[in-house]
Design a protein around this ligand. Sequence first.
Ligand code: C2E
Ligand code: CA
Ligand code: CA
Length: 586
Amino acid sequence: MINKEEYALIQQLQQRVMELQQNEQLLTIQLEGASAFNHSILDALPIDIFLHDELGKTVFMNKEGCKRHGKPLHELVGKTVYDFFPKQIADVLRKDDLKVWQTKTQLIKSVKVEFSGKPVHLLTGKSIVRENQTNKEYLLGYALDVTKQIQAEEQVEHIVYHDSLTGLPNRWYIEQNGEEYLQDTEGCAAMLLLDLDHFKVINDSMGHQAGDLLLQKVASRLKELEEKNIMLARLGGDEFVFILKGVYGIDKICDFNEKIIQILSKPFTVEEKQVTITPSIGISLYPKDATTIFSMIKNADIAMYHLKEKGRNGYQFFTDNMKESANHRMDMEILLRQAIDKEEFILHYQPKLHLGTGKIYGVEALVRWDSPDHGLLYPGSFIELAEETGLIVPLGEWVLREACRQCREWHDLGYKDLTISVNVSAQQFRKRDLEETVKDVLETTGLDPKALELELTESTVMENPVEAAAALKRLQKMGISISIDDFGTGFSSLNYLKHFPINTLKIDRSFIQNAEKDNADAAITLAVITLAHNLNLSVVAEVVENELQLDFVTNARCNGGQGYFISRPLDREAMIEYLRINEGGR
Ligand code: C2E
Ligand code: CA
Ligand code: CA
């Protein structure tokens, strides 16, 4: 690396040489001096100075120049650049010279040459000067060795343009150079944006260090696919990008995607654990889908999202219709973000019936978005987006707070035993501060923790069972109940759940609906309910839509029932009315 003093010296020198060149008067005087072999000033300068005639023959070279060439002046006089450098380099230098002769203007340029096989970067300046006495013109040049400076710049550039974790070019590099790379193609080019499915889960459960290690291993496998006309970069996080150039058929792109999927399919060993990971790849084509690097990335990203919505793992080409849905998604994201700030949400409450006593014992809080633009929206149209964008975290906190506040109000009205269930999404649960939030909400609303139940889906809990069990235990210790929502749709076995600190299973709607139609399903449902009871868990049947289903779940000894047949979800006013009529919880 070049040090600070050296850098300052180079700058000073550069400045002086510029001044020299700009001041023709001065040059002329020195030139006279030079022709009179009185080159003491020129010899004293620590830069190369040379004088060529119109044919390119060396007329003069100062001491520093002679030193660089390793020859005394008399051996250099009369020689041209073709005697000093390989033809390729000499051609470039001579061309520059001719340009200066033609235009009679100064040319300042950095050139890369070689001296005894070693690359040297020179900052050169050339201009035409006239000797006073003879009126003859010469080309006066100087060359300053800036190798160290350039190397330092290159090092800085490398740091700026590369990702320190994997050593791959980074997003900045792609943004700066990708377009040129794309344009320089025959046929078409393809951009493949690759995102690892569920990487966040691995990162959160195994820790960042393990996550980093996995990314490095993924990068080194992907590097194996690099070859001429293929560029690989890491855009950040778990996103990688390939640019394929000179593509003449979709087949070739498909083959390459298959190769990526194949190469990542073998398990990775990270901290002695086996980890499997699948990619989702979105593809945009140049110039068909876009011509700028930003829109290439954006369209590939849209295609990738589209794939993820369909269920991940694989590859997907961009199409124009995707853009519309992506635009819609983006509009919705902006609206959703604003809605959270403006608190445009309300809660509906669906009563839960105790099947043994026929009493309403609790309600489930269900969020709705009361949008001024779109009317009343149900979770089906925004919860997924909220999860993907992380907006579920502030939204979920609002729901929890409002639900607890409302429940406390009911208690104050005399419905003292009423419980409230709040849905907690995977993202919220993953965040370490859920317990803190719950504690704070209970404190500020003054709600008895016994009245609060959190509903988590099986998959949320099974993402990381060990940590989940510990977190649930801590919540239970606070007095809160835990319910597993949509039970039966995930992969957990009852045997597994035996060790879990939970209170209630909410049997998924499909069981109840199929039980009515199919004897075998009915038998399975009954078996699940019996097993749950043996594990001391209470069972709630949801989405009870008719009398037949209500009879079935009652006979099956379900503890609770919830569904349109019992009551639809009700807004705040309707809920108060409902409680009044049904004397719920009193
Ligand atoms: P879920 O937790 O399974 O909630 C039950 C859903 O079934 C609710 O839909 C409810 O209105 C509907 N439902 C209840 N009884 C019946 C019935 O008899 N027939 C039919 N066809 N449907 C019935 P909703 O309110 O649209 O909520 C859908 C899902 O959105 C919820 O499913 C839950 O997973 C999620 N969700 C709702 N509110 C929140 C929330 O505050 N936070 C989070 N993270 N998720 C929420
Ligand atoms: Ca629920
Ligand atoms: Ca459910």
